[in-house]
Design a protein. Structure first.
Length: 587
């Protein structure tokens, strides 16, 4: 094997790994919405968990990515350890799909059907279709399919390059002797585990073994231990990702390791015991790509069928390995735990988690404002304390979400995902400011209580009216965001305009009462502060509503939208404006 063959081998490996990465990214982008739906249906039933893990891994083509996500879910407290076990087992079976795809390159025969099924025949056409879809199609889903096609074609070209580069090794005695060493089960398992741990992908390491099998020097006796070791090596990714997590998350990673260690031990014992009794005729024969796929799948299926009924024992084994140290591990799971850094590798999941946390933030901001309004003229120290704690939590939400979303925006996102991240970045600031204004209203209520200020009957009636309008506009904005309801979002701006006009009218009436001596100047300051905070809350609700509407139309130009509707060019706006004007009339 000369230096040029080494160059070809390295180049083929690079194309193979790159193609697998591109194809996996494309598959994940295309299935982003489906992943979210699947994750919403997480169950504690081990069999359903197994099917869930199998489905997700078959879609994203990476058991490591699935397991890392599971570690993140357990760490965030949104998945129990028992749920994780079934999903981890399913991920191991799901990863065998890649090996079957790669085994197509080893098809032999001259018939038209066999020739057309060979990747070397259709990969160039797949590559051409893929690049056309990427360059000339604007629809995001079609461009994702183009990326999948290109990734698949590059992966297959890389596989062919590796196979061609190692083909001359079949005549090199030293190479054959090295592979013979791996007939020793322990050495074979260690070699497979080390290779997979280095490249962080069992699918890729199985593909490399399939390429080496083209030399005819890889026998069943050496391939079986290597394949089993590859399944152990893939556990390294999850173990590394569990560093710094809570005990249950570390236990999930350990379960993955134990599952493969126990499965490997059982399979080796059964395989070599059966060989000792039956003397397999194929034991020393060369294995091909299809044979590697069969062994890979058979191992994972046998391990799963054997160990799935004993999921509870695996859980106990993990608990014995990582013991409770007497500290309170059953802490309350905080919403900010949802934003696990591990989810950034799967943007659709990271966005899903960010949405959940932002919805909690929105609900808390609405609750704080409602409680603050209730304190006017009826101050309660416990409620005031709850509002202050809630505002602190809202500030924490904004800080965590802001940093997380900025990191997420730097990932490879689909157009829809990019819009969702932009929307979240826009609204979290407005919800945080609503929380701030709730505290301002609380301070005005406390001042009234401390200084024994009492509003006139007219002022109370006016405040009740604008308070009701504010409660409704906040409700509309919050629910529009939580439900992603554009119909509700379109009602926010008309009501905000009504609140603006009410503020001006209330100020005019307040000045009239001052001039008539019906109100003191000190009461007036508090009254003015309250309606100013109300009006600014409505402004932030307007920002949220307009943001939802504009991003849905694939634009961020809010000024154009506001100018358009305020100039009387929108019948729906005018209709809603008149409805709210009558509902909150100050007459």
């Amino acid at each position: 094997m000369d230096i040029f063959a080494v160059f070809e081998l390295v180049g083929g490996l690079a194309m193979f790994l790159y193609g697998m990465n591109v194809m996996g990214d494309g598959l994940e982008k295309q299935a982003g919405g489906k992943l979210k739906t699947i994750l919403e249906k997480m169950t504690s039933n081990p069999v359903k968990g197994f099917l869930l893990g199998l489905a997700v891994t078959a879609v994203i083509q990476s058991s490591s990515a699935t397991t890392v996500m599971v570690v993140g879910f357990v760490n965030a407290g949104i998945m129990k350890l028992r749920q994780a076990i079934g999903i981890i087992m399913g991920a191991n079976v799901g990863t065998t799909v890649t090996a079957w795809i790669l085994s197509l390159t080893g098809l032999e025969g001259d018939s038209f059907i066999v020739q057309i099924l060979k990747p070397s025949t259709f990969s160039p056409l797949v590559a051409f279709i893929g690049i056309v879809m990427i360059m000339f199609f604007k629809k995001e889903s079609l461009r994702n399919i183009g990326s999948i096609a290109m990734g698949f074609a590059v992966l297959m070209f890389g596989m062919d390059m590796m196979s061609a580069a190692v083909k001359p090794l079949q005549n090199v005695p030293e190479f054959t002797s090295i592979l013979t060493m791996f007939s020793n089960p322990i050495l074979g398992v260690l070699a497979g585990a080390l290779l997979t741990a280095v490249i962080q992908s069992s699918s890729a390491s199985v593909g490399i073994l399939q390429a080496l099998s083209d030399t005819g020097s890889v026998t069943f006796s050496s391939a079986v231990p290597i394949i089993l070791g590859q399944n152990i090596g893939t556990c390294v990714t999850a173990l590394l990702s569990s560093v710094g997590t809570n005990k249950n998350a570390r236990r999930a990673a350990v379960v993955h390791l134990y599952f493969n260690l126990i499965g490997t031990t059982l399979f080796l014992v059964l395989f070599y015991a059966a060989h000792a009794i039956l003397d397999f005729s194929f034991f020393s024969l060369p294995i091909d790509r299809m044979g590697i796929s069969v062994v890979h799948t058979l191992f994972n299926l046998v391990s799963t069928l054997t160990l799935l009924p004993f999921a509870g024992l695996l859980e106990k084994l993990a608990l014995l390995t990582i013991r409770d140290d007497g500290k309170d591990e059953k802490r309350k799971v905080l919403d900010e735990d949802l934003l696990d850094e591990r989810f950034l590798a799967s943007p659709s999941v990271a966005i899903f988690q960010s949405q959940k946390m932002t919805r909690s933030m929105a609900t808390l901001a609405q609750s704080c404002l409602h409680q603050a309004i209730s304190l006017i003229g009826n101050y309660d120290e416990q409620v005031a304390h709850a509002i202050e704690e809630g505002e602190d939590q809202i500030d924490l939400y904004e800080d965590k979400l802001g940093s997380y979303l900025v990191h997420l925006s730097g990932k490879s996102l689909t157009l829809q995902e990019s819009h969702e991240v932009s929307k979240l970045l826009h609204v979290i600031g407005d919800f945080e400011r609503i929380g701030d204004h709730a505290v301002n209203i609380l301070k005005s209520a406390k001042e009234m209580k401390d200084k024994k200020f009492v509003f006139s009957d007219d002022a109370k009636k006016e405040l009740d009216t604008i308070s009701s309008a504010i409660e409704e506009v906040v409700h509309l904005a919050t629910e529009a965001f939580i439900r992603d309801d554009l119909a509700m979002a379109s009602q926010v701006e008309p009501l905000e305009q009504v609140v603006d006009n009410m503020k001006n009218e209330l100020r005019a009436r307040h000045i009239s009462r001052l001039q008539a001596g019906e109100c003191t100047i000190h009461n007036g300051f508090v009254f003015s502060d309250l309606i100013t905070n109300y009006e600014r809350v409505a402004d932030h609700c307007s920002n949220i509503g307009v943001c939802l509407l504009r991003i849905a139309e694939d634009t961020f130009d809010t000024h154009e939208y506001l100018n358009h509707i305020k100039d009387g060019h929108n019948d729906s706006f005018e209709k809603n404006y008149q409805k709210y004007k009558e509902k909150y009339s100050l007459v």
